[in-house]
Design a protein around this ligand. Structure first.
Ligand SMILES: Nc1ncnc2c1ncn2[C@@H]1O[C@H](COP(=O)(O)OP(=O)(O)O)[C@@H](O)[C@H]1O
Ligand SMILES: [Mg+2]
Length: 254
C-alpha cells in the first residue's frame, strides 16, 4: 500500500523544509520507490531536494489545451496523458518528483483536469510513499479524484498566531471532507518551552503535537550553499526530528 503524507501550513512556516526532511528520512529508512509532489505553486521543493525542474503539470495542461489534437493514433487519451506525465517526472537518486505548478483553470477544462488527476492518482499508487508539499488552501488535495491521504501534517510556528492558523487549517480540511487517516501538528523552529496558554491554544485544534523541530543552523547553511536537505548530517537536530516523525507515522498508521 502506498503511504501518502500531505504537508499543510501557512507560507513561511517550514512546509517545504519538513517535506524535504521527511523525504530524507524515508530514503534513509529504505522506503522506496518514493515520490515527492510539489503542490505549492510558490514552492521550491525541487531546489530543497537538489532536483532539476521539469515541466509542471500546469504547463502540461496548458499545452494540452492549446493543441488537443496532438495525440498520436492508436492509444487512448489516458494512456497518452500518462506517458506525458511520466516524461515530466524528475528522477533523482532514490526518488522521483513531480511539480504541480499553476492551479487549475475554469471548469471548462475539466475534461483535461479529470484525466490529469486520474493519471496522477494512478501514478501515486505505484509508490511506496508519497510526500505532498501543499499550499495553505489544500486546493490540490480537495481536487484529487480520491481525496485520501494517510497522514496530514500541519506545520506551524510555536506562537499564538501559529496555533490559530493550525486550527483554521484543521477546520478547512474537515470542511473539504477529505479522507484523512491521522492528522498531527508539527511545531517548526521550536526552541523554547511552550507556555500553558500556548499549549491550550494548540489543543483547540484537536490535534496532538507530534514533533517540535528546532531551528537548525545546518538548514540555513545548506540553503546558502544550495545543497539538498537529503544530505543533512545524521546529527542535524532537524534531520533527527524528521526521523522521529517518520518512525511515529509508520508505527501508528498502516
Ligand atoms: N527548522 C528550521 N531551522 C532553520 N531554518 C528553517 C527551519 N525550518 C525552515 N527554515 C527556513 O525558513 C524558511 C522558510 O521555510 P520553508 O520550508 O520554505 O517554508 P514554507 O514552505 O512553509 O513556505 C527557509 O529559508 C528555510 O530554510
Ligand atoms: Mg514552501
Amino acid at each position: 500500500m502506498s503511504m501518502r503524507i500531505a504537508i499543510a501550513g501557512k507560507g513561511g512556516t517550514g512546509k517545504t523544509t519538513v517535506a524535504a526532511l521527511l523525504c530524507r528520512s524515508l530514503l534513509n529508512r529504505g522506503t522506496k520507490p518514493l515520490l515527492a509532489v510539489d503542490a505549492d505553486p510558490n514552492s521550491c521543493l525541487p531546489d530543497k531536494l537538489g532536483v532539476a525542474r521539469e515541466k509542471t503539470i500546469g504547463e502540461l495542461r496548458e499545452e494540452l489545451r492549446a493543441d488537443p489534437e496532438k495525440m498520436p493514433a492508436g492509444i487512448s487519451k489516458s494512456e497518452w496523458i500518462e506517458s506525458l506525465i511520466n516524461q515530466e517526472i524528475s528522477e533523482s537518486t532514490g526518488f522521483d518528483m513531480v511539480v504541480m505548478g499553476r492551479q487549475e483553470g475554469p471548469d471548462c477544462y475539466c475534461f483535461i483536469n479529470n484525466l490529469l488527476r486520474q493519471c496522477l492518482d494512478k501514478l501515486g499508487s505505484q509508490y511506496e510513499a508519497v510526500v505532498i508539499d501543499n499550499e495553505a488552501g489544500l486546493e490540490h488535495l480537495s481536487r484529487r479524484s480520491n481525496g485520501t491521504v494517510e497522514v496530514l501534517l500541519v506545520v506551524c510556528q510555536p506562537t499564538l498566531i501559529g496555533a490559530r492558523t493550525a486550527l483554521r487549517i484543521v477546520e478547512l480540511s474537515k470542511s473539504l471532507n477529505l479522507d484523512i487517516g491521522n492528522s498531527y501538528l508539527i511545531l517548526n523552529a521550536c526552541d523554547g518551552e511552550l507556555s500553558d496558554e500556548l499549549v491550550a491554544e494548540f489543543e483547540k485544534s484537536g490535534l496532538e503535537i507530534a514533533a517540535r523541530i528546532p531551528t537548525d543552523s545546518e538548514i540555513l547553511d545548506f540553503e546558502l550553499e544550495d545543497k539538498s536537505l537529503t544530505e543533512l548530517s545524521d546529527d542535524s537536530v532537524a534531520a533527527l526530528a524528521g526521523d522521529d516523525i517518520i518512525e511515529r507515522i509508520f508505527k501508528e498508521v498502516q
